[in-house]
Ligand binder design. Structure first.
Ligand SMILES: Nc1ncnc2c1ncn2[C@@H]1O[C@H](COP(=O)(O)OP(=O)(O)OP(=O)(O)O)[C@@H](O)[C@H]1O
Length: 581
């Protein structure tokens, strides 16, 4: 085993992308599983089927890939040869995940029996009741998925981060009818399997995905950068499910649009898409807004009113800011999600059936709300079946210039349908360098202001050019551009540097960190112009002595060397050097 592990580590070190590491890890684990079966009483009576890696840092799905036994490489969900259907089938049980997180150890599932047994000594076997709590087997969808995949036994193991947090899981599936209702091979081999998972975990958690093919964009997701492209395969799968989708993310990150995007891609796209934003509804009216009311149900209700659930019939209901839901309305929503029925206020008897797909939005940490007693734990697990996190704009920095272009074009088309507008490189550069705590909403505001300034200045005839000075002015209305404190930004940059050095052992050394000087100088020259940049950075004498060009070139070369080592194409300041020559 020792030899196999060290071969695996050597191969993992060379892996450049998550998908490669997942293939290696899953192949290693499937080999162990085969060995386990071969040496058991089920030899020749069991088939090891497949393995899957589910990455869920911070409890939100980020990646999902599977490797079929005998296949050459792992395949991301949603991109399978069999298309979306196959991807959808890759999902596993929400309860299994919950158990892995709770017990911090693997679990074995007997699909036919509906039982789930944590591997840790002393942990209780969880039967159907516990499975039901997680919203998995109770709705029968997880069990159905396993059965469709012919899996009778499933082993789920935690992927642990170096600090011990569970940030994902690896699941292995086997078909062994002879072992239904009996202990299968997983338990005895659990430690060996876990060892392989522990060895692979740092690579699976840290490696980036392979750059995705250009994504199809539309009005709800008009810009797809690297981070979103990595999420798209899972989003496509999630969109097509009937189970509740939980979209978390900072305010203004685009959760509502993403919810609509999911609706558009579901079988319900022809039905209505309803939004209930709980921030706008006082607590005592939440039940009424959700479920509707009969005339006279409460003071002031002079006529019947249809609630959001009824309006969304046959379609999807997006309930935003779910943490604002009162405890009373939480009980009502829980009943609705479990029974798929509800009763409008003032309705005497009988419940209405609800044929609605629920998408829940939140920018709060729901688990913290549960701990604080503000959010029901059972409702949390009921809505947390397909969790996805919309990354903040600061984690999607490559999207900033693309969004800015999209937003300014959209605005200009509204005003001057036949006109054209563009941003200068400097304007895009400036926007890209800011931190955006208000995310897309804040970026949209700034772009709108800068656009107005450009229109006013240029009279709106011919091509409108949005320049750096317009952006500077637009930003200045809110105080200085919201850059991250330097110390924080440095910490983040240093961490990224160390990670790369670990990954590309040997090709990134400390000297390359000298590129920082060049970056500072290049950024200053771009933003302030050459003379002002050298003056602000205390190098006025270089300009005076006409030595500035050599100094700048030297620094830019260091940046280029770093970029080359990172495999990035091009040089970020080449245009500035050229204009100096
Ligand atoms: N697809 C899009 N096209 C154009 N603008 C967008 C798009 N997505 C987001 N935006 C911009 O970002 C703003 C916020 O988007 P959205 O309302 O979807 O975010 P949110 O995460 O739901 O925010 P909150 O939770 O605060 O309501 C929009 O008002 C718009 O200015």
């Amino acid at each position: 085993m020792h030899e196999k592990l060290s071969t695996l580590v050597t191969a993992l070190r060379r892996a450049g992308h998550f998908d490669e590491a997942a293939t290696l890890a899953l192949r290693g684990m499937l080999d162990v599983a085969e060995e386990a079966v071969a040496s058991s009483r089920y030899a020749n009576r069991a088939r090891v089927l497949r393995g899957m890696v589910h990455l869920r840092p911070g409890d939100a799905y980020r990646r999902l890939v599977s490797l079929e036994r005998g296949a050459e490489r792992a395949r991301p969900a949603g991109l399978g040869e069999g298309g979306l259907e196959e991807g959808a089938a890759l999902l596993t049980s929400a309860t299994a995940w919950r158990s892995v997180v709770r017990h911090r150890c693997g679990v074995s599932i007997d699909v036919n029996l509906g039982s789930l047994e944590p591997h840790a000594e002393g942990a209780e076997v969880e039967g159907d009741a516990a499975l039901a709590e997680g919203g998995g087997f109770s709705s029968n969808e997880s069990r159905q998925r396993f059965l469709v995949r012919q899996a009778s036994h499933v082993c789920v193991l935690p992927l642990r981060a170096p600090g011990g947090e569970v940030e994902g899981m690896i699941s292995l599936e086997a078909d062994c009818p002879a072992a239904v209702g009996r202990e299968f091979v997983w338990r005895e081999w659990n430690e060996t399997l876990q060892l392989v998972a522990d060895v692979a975990a740092p690579y699976l958690l840290a490696l980036p995905t392979r750059p995705a093919a250009a994504a199809e964009v539309d009005e709800f997701l008009p810009v797809v950068g690297t981070a979103m492209a990595g999420l798209l395969p899972i989003l496509r799968v999630f969109a097509q499910q009937e189970e509740t989708l939980l979209v978390s993310g900072a305010t203004g990150a685009g959760k509502s649009r993403l919810a609509r995007w999911c609706h558009q891609r579901s079988d319900r796209s022809k039905g209505p898409f309803e939004v209930l934003d709980l921030v706008t509804v006082p607590e005592d009216l939440q039940m009424a807004e959700l479920f509707g009311w009969k005339k006279g149900a409460f003071t002031g209700s002079v006529r019947d009113n249809v609630g959001s659930v009824a309006r969304a019939e046959g379609g999807s209901l997006f309930i935003d800011e779910i943490d604002k839901l009162s405890l009373k309305a939480q009980a009502g929503l829980l009943h609705l999600l479990e029974e798929r029925s509800y009763r409008p206020l003032g309705e005497g008897t009988g419940e209405k059936r609800a044929d609605v797909r629920f998408i829940i939005g939140t920018n709060a940490n729901l688990l913290e709300a549960v701990r604080a007693g503000r959010f029901r734990e059972d409702l949390y697990y009921r809505v947390n079946v397909l969790p996805i996190r919309m990354p903040p704009l600061d984690e999607r920095r490559d999207e900033i210039p693309l969004w800015a272009r999209y937003m300014v074009n959209r605005r200009h088309r509204e005003r001057v349908p036949s006109g054209s507008v563009r941003l200068t490189e400097g304007a895009e550069w400036l926007l890209s360098g800011c931190s955006w705590p208000g995310n897309l909403r804040q970026l949209d505001n700034i772009v709108r202001r800068a656009y107005t300034l450009a229109m006013v200045g240029q009279g709106g005839s011919g091509e409108v050019v949005l320049e750096e000075r317009h952006v500077t002015q637009a930003l200045s209305y809110d105080g200085p551009p919201g850059a991250k404190p330097l110390s924080e930004a440095l910490r983040v940059a240093a961490q990224a540097f160390v990670q790369e050095a670990q990954r590309r052992e040997g090709s990134i050394d400390l000297d390359l960190a000298d590129a920082f000087r060049g970056f500072v100088l290049g950024t200053a020259v771009r933003q302030l112009g050459r003379d002002e940049a050298f003056r602000v950075l205390g190098r006025e004498n270089l300009v005076r002595n006409r030595n500035h060009h050599k100094a700048f070139k030297r620094e830019v070369e260091k940046v280029d060397t770093l970029f080359k080592a990172l495999g990035e194409a091009g040089s970020p300041f080449a245009d500035l050097l050229a204009s100096e020559e």
